[in-house]
Design a protein around this ligand. Structure first.
Ligand code: ADP
Ligand code: MG
Length: 830
């Protein structure tokens, strides 16, 4: 039948729209189409969810439509919903357009009326199996639909006592009564025995689950819009808990921790899928646990799916009495390290085009993949000294230290107070999310590499160890025990999310040589596509080495930064306050500038080889300089410093110092000196007529006036930089310094008081100015015109600047790789 409306059968033709069918529904439709074995069913669209959430009622006709779909499923399976001889049971599953693992709700084993349950036991020849299903259904329905979280121990004990050949009717009545009794007495509702009622309420509950607190928190953290809504999948059940030739599992088509090729995942015999995902029982590696023919079938299908999607996938499956069924496919959550390796591998073997491969890694993943790690020697020493408390399963790499915290509320509280936190839990659940976001690292005592903790940590890029069986958490005493050892909440620990080690005490961390072949290959493809110059901001010679390793085409530095790092700036200011600008001989302020620059910059130039070095002149009025010097006396005493060319001799001295540094270093590249806050052609002419030899002179624009008049300034300059942060700050009338920190702007933006967050997006008022500068640059191709970006550069800003025509950029060192990636992506998107 075909009733195009609120639902779609897996077998229906037509376009597969993830927005309408949700990720889960779309995946099931595609797998069905590709001929994989998928239990039949249908999808209720997100459009129905929108109606439900605004009207608080299911759309008219929806239930009839679903009923029609179910008749088709009944015809296809020979089973009957809610009745014997072979009852059809359903799963009712949430599935949003974007994956929100574990965030929303699913009800399994739905459709067990008394008659159906008895028929099922007879059909399976196993009353115990039926009892298990009844208990599972009752518990899930109570939790998801009624919001009850009851103690089920008595029900579980009852089910455990049932035998295969017990009388089904009596057992059903006993289990159902016990389950009903376990429900909180305060609750006004109970679990309906009528399958149609069960279905209707479950669908409504899944729609409602879109707006639970945990779902909203997850969406806010991941920037997912709240108005998407969820689809609902209604699907016939297959039973992994039927017998020993049954089970359920989850596999990744490649290792989601390292990116290595080959199936990676887990299988739990005699179980339903929720048992694996919940992390309550620790499952077995799929390659060991699955019989060979099934493993081969799974591998074949996974390879096919991966090639078709051009991405690494996360596949949920169930085996019912030796027959393999596919229940879900989606893009796999992966660690940042794995993302890089996978993208490079798929690019190398031709599964992905460069555009596709670059789209598989985000700037944030690159940032995480180059993050710091433990000092090697300190780690070896800690191991030798027996400080390793335990080794669990490494679920998301990252080497982090912090104080041990046992509950998510406290984790959040301590993190807000500035502490680094390692959150230790028996298992995690979606209710722990706020604590997991706050933590530097997460360790759980049970669960495998596909448990909730592992999946969420991977999405967050948070170091995580699961299945740390030796960890005994005593929440009441607020201590953890590992064998004989006892650690109290608040004690310092170190966690290695790759090796799975938990170490007592703090380990020193270092910044690693982040690059590996995979990252280099991917960034080479991006750099190729983008064809941009990316210069890194440096202050000391080792930065230059790191910048070149990261793929920077040159470096930028600021005289005040270099002198501040070496300690010369303090001294210079003292001399200035003591002696003023007067005098040109040894020991005067200007002489000191010259000599300090010659001394400190020569190291940078030596390290730079023949790469470009762009230098910004001292700006003692800048926020940073004032903060560094912790005093404003110098600018109060010497107000002439407030103007770009207020003290021309200071600029000349810097130029001479740079010339000395270049000759000392034998520097063979191109160096230029740019002066901040210049806005007038007359200023540039004055710079160009300074006496003496030295680097070419340029301008470093910070004001709307300068940018609007860029054409004339570019023409006269040998290099031009625009400081985007300063320009945005000028347009907003907010001190530029505020753009470098989280507070107070975070709160301000969250209160909705600014239309955009000027730290992560370019304001519409600034765009036309940028276009003027870009145009001026194009009119003078011989003059390098670049944009200087501060702090983290969002992918959006990178691509917007690329679209505006900019091809020369300067960024902080850790941003070099993410920017190259972002520019490559922007180039290939065009
Ligand atoms: P999530 O979105 O949290 O992954 P799912 O809808 O995939 O939730 O359901 C959770 C578990 O229930 C899955 O791991 C799957 O194994 C199991 N499950 C879902 N539908 C069926 C089904 N039709 N038959 C058997 N098991 C199912
Ligand atoms: Mg699932």
């Amino acid at each position: 039948m075909s009733a195009p409306g609120w639902t779609r059968a897996f077998t229906d033709d037509g376009a597969v729209d993830v927005e309408v069918l949700g990720g889960k529904g779309a995946g099931l439709v595609r797998m069905t189409r590709d001929g994989l074995r998928v239990p039949p069913g249908c999808v209720i669209t997100t459009a129905a969810c929108h109606v439900y959430l605004s009207a608080r009622a299911l759309p008219d006709g929806l239930l009839d439509e679903v009923r029609g779909r179910l008749s088709d499923v009944e015809a296809a399976t020979g089973k009957t919903f809610g009745a014997g001889p072979e009852p059809l049971l359903l799963s009712v599953r949430s599935g949003a357009p974007v994956s929100m693992p574990g965030m929303m709700d699913t009800v399994l084993n739905l459709g067990l009326s008394r008659d159906a349950a008895i028929a099922l036991a007879v059909r399976a020849g196993d009353t115990r199996f039926m009892a298990d299903l009844v208990a599972r259904f009752h518990a899930m329905y109570s939790e998801i639909v009624l919001g009850a979280l009851d103690d089920r121990d008595t029900v579980d004990a009852l089910v455990n006592g049932v035998n295969r050949d017990d009388d089904p009717a009596a057992v059903y009545d006993r289990v159902w009564a016990a389950a009903e009794a376990a429900l909180d007495e305060e609750l006004s509702e109970s679990v309906p025995a009528d399958p149609d009622d069960q279905l209707r309420h479950a669908v409504e509950a899944v729609f409602r689950s879109w707006n639970t607190r945990r779902a909203r928190t997850y969406r806010e953290h991941h920037g997912i819009p709240h108005d998407m809504g969820t689809a609902v999948v209604v699907q016939s059940m297959v039973f992994g808990n039927l017998d020993d030739a049954s089970g359920s599992g989850v596999v990744f088509t490649r290792n989601p921790v390292t990116g290595e090729p080959g199936l990676y995942g887990e299988y739990l015999a005699h179980s339903q899928g929720e048992d694996v995902v919940a992390g309550i029982r620790t499952p077995d590696p799929v390659a060991r646990a699955l019989p060979a023919p099934l493993l081969a079938e799974l591998e074949g299908s996974c390879a096919e799916l991966e090639a078709r999607h051009g991405d690494v996938l996360d596949v949920e499956f169930t085996v019912e009495h030796g027959v393999l069924y596919f229940l879900q496919v989606r893009s796999a959550k992966r660690t940042p390290e794995a993302a890089v390796r996978i993208a490079a591998d798929l690019l190398a073997d031709g599964t992905a085009t460069p555009a596709r491969a670059l789209s598989l890694v985000t700037g944030d993943q690159l940032r995480a993949a180059q993050r710091p790690g433990f000092d090697d020697e300190a780690l070896s020493a800690a191991r030798a000294a027996g400080r390793v408390l335990l080794t669990g399963i490494g679920a998301c790499p990252g080497q982090v230290c912090g104080e041990l915290v046992l509950d998510p509320d406290r984790a959040k509280e301590r993190a807000e107070a500035g502490a680094a936190v390692i959150l230790a839990r028996a298992v995690t659940s979606p209710a722990d999310l706020h604590g997991m976001i706050a933590a530097e690292g997460i360790v759980t005592s049970t669960g495998g590499s596909t448990s909730h903790a592992a999946v969420v940590a991977r999405a967050l890029g948070t170091a995580c160890v699961v299945g740390a069986g030796a960890l005994e958490i005593d929440a009441a005493a607020r201590v953890v025990r590992v064998g004989e050892r006892v650690l109290s909440e608040g004690d310092p620990v170190s966690l290695d999310g790759a090796s799975g080690e938990l170490v007592a005490g703090t380990l020193p961390t270092t910044t690693p040589a982040a690059a590996n072949e995979a990252m280099d290959a991917l960034l080479a493809a991006a750099a190729d596509a983008a064809g941009c110059e990316v210069l890194a901001r440096v202050t000391v010679p080792p930065d230059v080495v790191a910048a070149r390793a990261a793929g920077a085409t040159g470096v930028v530095t600021a005289v005040d930064d270099v002198l501040a790092a070496s300690g010369d700036l303090n001294h210079l200011v003292e001399t200035l306050l003591e002696k003023g600008w007067d005098g040109v001989g040894a020991g005067t302020a200007l002489d000191e500038v010259r000599r300090a620059i010659a001394r400190q910059v020569s190291g940078l130039l030596a390290a730079a080889g023949d790469h470009d070095v762009d230098v910004r002149a001292i700006d003692l009025l800048a926020d940073e300089a004032r903060e560094l010097l912790q005093q404003t006396a110098v600018t109060t005493r010497h107000p002439e410093l407030a103007l770009p060319l207020g003290v021309p001799a200071l600029i000349a001295a810097q130029r001479e110092g740079l010339a000395l540094a270049a000759s000392e270093a034998g520097y063979g590249g191109r160096m230029r000196l740019a002066v901040r806050h210049v806005s007038d052609p007359a200023e540039v002419r004055a710079l160009q007529s300074l006496d003496g030899d030295g680097p070419g002179m340029g301008t470093y624009l910070t004001s709307p006036r300068a940018v609007l008049g860029a054409e004339a300034l570019v023409e006269l300059s040998e290099v031009v930089w625009l400081e985007v942060r300063a320009l945005q700050a000028a347009m907003f009338g907010i001190p530029a310094r505020q753009f470098l920190t989280a507070a107070p702007l975070d709160d301000y933006v969250a209160r909705g008081l600014l239309g955009i967050d000027p730290r992560h997006a370019i304001d519409p008022t600034v765009e036309p100015l940028l276009a003027v500068l870009s145009e001026a640059g194009r009119a003078h191709p011989e003059v390098p015109v670049g944009v200087r970006l501060s702090g983290t550069v969002s992918d959006r800003v990178a691509s917007r600047l690329y679209e505006l025509g900019f091809r020369r950029f300067a960024v902080d060192l850790p941003e070099v790789r993410p920017l190259i990636l972002g520019l490559g992506r922007a180039a290939l998107a065009g």
